[in-house]
Ligand binder design. Sequence first.
Ligand SMILES: N[C@@H](CCC(=O)N[C@@H](CS)C(=O)NCC(=O)O)C(=O)O
Length: 235
Amino acid sequence: MDRDAADAYPRKLGEDYQMKLFSFWRSLATYRVRIALNLKGLKPEVVFVDLIKGEQRNPQFKAVNPQMVIPALVDGDGPVLFESLAIMEYLDEVHPHPPLLPTDPRARAFVRGIAQIVACDSHPLVVPRVRNYLTNELKLDEAGVLKWTSHWIGEALAPIERHLAHDGMTGRFCCGDQPTIADICLASQAAGAGYFQVDLAPYPTFSRVVDACMQIEAFAAAHPLKQPGAPASHQ
Ligand SMILES: N[C@@H](CCC(=O)N[C@@H](CS)C(=O)NCC(=O)O)C(=O)O
C-alpha cells in the first residue's frame, strides 16, 4: 500500500530508483535525512512536496504518510519510513559506514540526547502546522509567531551549548571528532535559527561545531538554500 501510494507519484522516464525521498527545500526534518543520505553516499529519487502550497495535505501524499509531514522515505518495497530520527537510525543500521552513532553507550546516549533536544523538544514547536494554528486559531500576528518560534529555538540552544561546552564529550564535532546524528540535528537547528532570526552569538560552541559540519560536502549540499526551489537567502 505505501509502495503503491509512493509509486502513484510520477516517475521520470528511465528512472529506476530503489529509494524515494519526499522532500522540500525548507523542511528542517528532511534536511536532517538529506545529510544522513549524503554521508552514506545514497542518492534516492527526490519527490517534492511543497509545504508552502500545503501539498503535504493532498490525499495523494496522505496515502504515503498519514501524518502529512515530511520526510518520508520509501526504501525498496516499503513500508514507508517516517520521523527523521527513526529514518537516520534505519539508514545507519542498513548502511553502517560511516557510522552516525558512536559505539560507547554513554557517548550514544549523549548523541541521542542532543539530537532529541532538537528533533523532539524544539523543532516540533515551530513546524508549519503549529505556526498555522497560532496564526489561524489563536490569532497571533506575525510578530507574535516570531516571538514564539525564537523563544523555543533558544530554549534548545542554551542547554545544547551548555552540554557541548561542559560535558567533556565534544571535540571537533558534538561527540568526539566524527559527525553523528547530533551534528546533523545541530545543522538543522542552525538553519531554523536562520529562518526565525535567532542570534547564534551567545552559543559559541554550538556555532563552532556547526561551522565544522558545514565544511563537509554532505552537510553543505543538503542545506535548505541549496535545494531546488529555494530562495537565494532567508530574507
Ligand atoms: N518529528 C518529525 C517532524 C516532521 C515535520 O513536522 N516535518 C515538517 C517539515 S520540517 C512538515 O512536514 N510539516 C508540515 C506541516 O506542519 O503541515 C521528524 O523529525 O521527522
